[in-house]
Design a protein around this ligand. Structure first.
Ligand SMILES: *Cc1c(COP(=O)(O)O)cnc(C)c1O
Length: 360
């Protein structure tokens, strides 16, 4: 069966090995005579899946003991509400760095619950860079500082973390979770929707320092209170069982590959292949500043709209799909998450070279 190279920003590619294993186990998971979709989340078998996934995630991300790890529904977008409801609890203030649509959404949702402040923004140049941040810019009384660690739409990422002093740093890592080493101990809270690097859409990972939990706002709905899910180890209600199972398979795949460090090396190679080509091409140009380039999402443009459209359509015919850029940037975007093989990037660049020479 022919599979395409899928450059979608999300949901996106899953490792072929994982899909095959899931297909193998579809009718009967490890001899239990039913699929994971059909089993009780209260069963011993499912407990081994969900607790196994948590253990693997802790191991792969080197998550310290004083952090809770749990799995939720509602996507990263629900965290835009849950983070303020649970953490904006001392001075009812939070600082935001605005680096794209997702941070804007996180900011505007949090603004419903307390005093929010835009510390810096790169909106002035279509979010093509990460603003320079200095400790003096942050309010030392804020309950937290929120950043979007990798900007899926604009293709930027933080290469150094802001110094926020004692104010907990909260980061949306939806589009770069497990793609590179990050030091969890530098953060108060991390969250990620799964559909870019971990699993199908439907499960969200939250990693939070234990001492930040337990003081949610009075009016917080029980389902939006972190304590609810921590107490019942992600099973207060029915979790997204099948997504969690696929997540476990993806984590096993990643571990076999050598873990996050090995994945980071591969991702750096993949990104370099594409960026090196963009830097030397007369036709294709990257849209963000060099020092803030994402390893996961690579936006680029041709000199004219006609060429952009022609490229996207000819690429699709060759099996390179979902390359159309976000409407606010235009042009193209290649999302090269963990599951995109090196070969996919190499072949895309070959195709780009060929396109360039034929359309001079
Ligand atoms: C995709 C994405 C989101 C939105 O995720 P949902 O799961 O659809 O809510 C939020 N933040 C970032 C950085 C993303 O890439």
């Amino acid at each position: 069966m022919k599979r395409v190279y899928n450059f979608s920003a999300g949901p996106s590619m899953l490792p072929e090995e994982v899909l095959k294993k899931a297909a193998d186990q579809m009718l009967s998971y490890e001899g239990c005579g039913m699929s994971v979709m059909e089993m009780s989340h209260r069963s011993k078998v499912f407990e081994s899946i969900i607790y196994g996934a948590e253990e693997l995630l802790r191991e792969l991300m080197n998550i310290p003991e004083d952090y809770h790890v749990f799995f939720l529904q509602g996507g990263a977008s629900t965290q835009f509400s849950m983070v303020p409801l649970n953490l904006m609890n001392k001075n009812n203030k939070a600082d935001f760095v605005i680096t794209g649509q997702w941070s804007k959404k996180a900011f505007s949702e949090a603004s419903r619950y307390g005093d929010t402040r835009k510390v810096a923004s790169s909106e002035d140049s279509v979010f093509s860079y990460i603003p320079k941040l200095d400790k003096s810019m942050f309010d030392m009384d804020a309950d937290y500082v929120h950043i979007t660690h990798n900007n899926t739409i604009y293709g930027t990422r933080y290469t150094t973390l802001p110094d926020t002093g004692n104010v907990p740093l909260v980061a949306d890592i939806s589009s770069d979770v497990l793609s590179q080493n990050i030091d969890v101990s530098k953060f108060g809270l991390l969250y990620a929707g799964a559909q870019k690097n971990i699993a199908p859409a439907g499960v969200t990972i939250v990693i939070v320092k234990k001492d930040l939990v337990g003081n949610a706002m009075e009016s917080t709905p029980v389902m939006l209170n972190y304590s609810t899910h921590i107490k019942d180890r992600s099973m207060y209600n029915t979790p997204p069982c099948y997504c969690i199972y696929i997540m476990k398979l993806v984590l096993e795949w990643l571990k076999n590959l050598g873990g996050v460090s090995a994945m980071q090396t591969i991702n750096e190679e993949k990104a370099a292949i594409l960026y090196d080509f963009l830097d030397n091409s007369d036709m294709f140009k990257g849209t963000v500043v060099k020092e803030d380039r994402s390893l996961m999402n690579v936006p680029f443009i041709c000199p004219t709209e006609e060429l952009n459209a022609k490229f996207i359509s000819e690429a699709a015919e060759k099996g390179f799909v979902n390359l159309k850029g976000h409407r606010t940037v235009g042009g193209m975007r290649a999302s090269i998450y963990n599951a995109m093989p090196r070969e996919g990037v190499v072949k895309l660049v070959e195709f780009m070279k060929d396109f360039e020479s034929k359309n001079k």
